[in-house]
Ligand binder design. Structure first.
Ligand code: ADP
Length: 367
């Protein structure tokens, strides 16, 4: 008998019994399908013979296939439904999660697309405190840096345009009124043109120097502060009409780009000579503390008014802002760029009896 309870009884299936009796009459085993109403039966019928050749009985087994497989089918259906629902739920949750995760990235993309050369103010709102919000903060910080770099570049271009216009206007003005027959006038105009062209050349060189100080990598080496100071004192003595005094020398070593720091210090020395009265005394010196080294120049010039003490370190920043003064106005900007590249700072103490400019360079640990 089949292992699964069958919803029919063979004793009532007389048509099936008649059919298998006929089928096994030839003594063979028969396998077949019999449809009784809505039930489909699979059966196997075997003639049982006591004496060979004359069948005395039939062994018949039938099963209702649907009933036999119904548990399996219903299990399969349940599993399929659960799997489908789970799959749908996972898909739905994944879709929402991906949407939530990708929304900030989409906002990021939109913000990036919204930034144009004319509108660089757009920033991405930072929401939450996760990796995406940190990425957003970093992108915002990068945009700030780009914005400030672009502003600086525009400012530089504007300043250079302004600075170059002065010599060009002067030379043009002289040429326009020049009487080529008048040899004195020709000589004056020639001198003016050469002076202005020299000024333009200096300006171009200093712009290059400033760009280098801001971007070139430092060539670091260990420098003995005392011999470095002595060396600078010797350079200063080559500048005439000033009394140069070595005020003091620090003892110790510092790791720095000696060439660039020399360039910055020479600029301070040259300014001290330029802005102090002829014959006056200019002091130079250095000091070493555990954390830093300072190189200074102290003059008895006119000093820097408080209102101009920040400005003079900016490009083209001068005490007297009227353009066209003898210098380019880039010297102190170069000095500051060199010191900042070392992680240091410039110092300025000034009164109307003189100024003391200093370069402070941090010392690397262990020196
Ligand atoms: P400049 O080419 O005009 O000298 P700098 O950048 O070297 O440009 O200096 C900027 C301004 O700072 C100068 O125009 C000057 O007004 C002022 N300055 C610099 N050094 C001194 C100093 N030692 N004494 C007085 N004023 C100074």
């Amino acid at each position: 008998m089949p292992a699964v309870a069958q919803p029919f009884s063979l004793t009532t299936e007389s048509a099936l019994i008649t059919r298998v009796t006929r089928e096994v009459a030839d003594g063979t085993v028969r396998l077949g399908t019999y449809v009784s109403g809505s039930t489909q039966l699979r059966y196997i019928a075997t003639p049982v013979a006591v004496v060979p050749g004359s069948p005395a009985a039939i062994y018949l087994v039938a099963i209702d296939l649907d009933a036999a497989t119904s548990r399996l089918t219903s299990g399969l259906t349940t599993y399929s439904s659960v799997a489908l629902i789970t799959l749908l739920a996972i898909g739905l949750v994944g879709w929402f999660a991906a949407g939530r995760l990708l929304r900030p990235l989409q906002t990021l993309t939109d913000a990036a697309l919204a930034i144009t050369p004319t509108d660089r103010t757009t920033r991405i709102p930072v929401v939450g405190n996760d990796d995406i919000s940190r990425l957003t903060e970093n992108v915002n910080a990068m945009l700030d840096r780009l914005d400030s770099a672009l502003t600086t570049q525009r400012q530089l271009l504007e300043d250079v345009r302004h600075e170059l216009r002065t010599p060009v206007t002067i030379v043009r003005g002289h040429l326009e009124v020049l009487d080529a027959e008048d040899s004195d006038q020709v000589a004056v105009t020639r001198a003016v043109a050469i002076r202005e062209l020299d000024r333009m050349t200096r300006l171009i060189e200093e712009i290059e120097s400033l760009a280098d100080a801001q971007s070139a990598t430092l060539v670091l080496r260990t420098v003995d502060v005392e011999s470095f100071t002595t060396h600078m004192f010797e350079i200063a003595q080559g500048i005439p009409s000033r009394t140069w005094v070595l005020e003091g020398s620090g003892q110790g070593e510092v790791v720095m780009d000696a060439e660039r720091v020399t360039q910055a210090w020479v600029q301070l020395v040259a300014n001290a000579a330029k802005y102090s009265p002829e014959g006056s005394t200019v002091l130079i010196g250095s000091r070493v503390s555990p954390g830093e080294v300072e190189f200074w120049v102290s003059d008895t010039g006119p000093g820097i008014p408080p209102a101009a003490r920040e400005r003079i370190f900016e490009r083209f920043g001068r005490v007297d802002q009227s353009r066209g003064s003898s210098g380019s106005g880039l010297g102190l900007a170069i000095v500051r760029a060199i010191v900042i590249a070392h992680g240091g700072r410039v110092t300025l103490i000034s009164s109307d009896t003189g100024s003391r400019f200093g370069l402070v360079i941090p010392r690397t640990e262990g020196l």
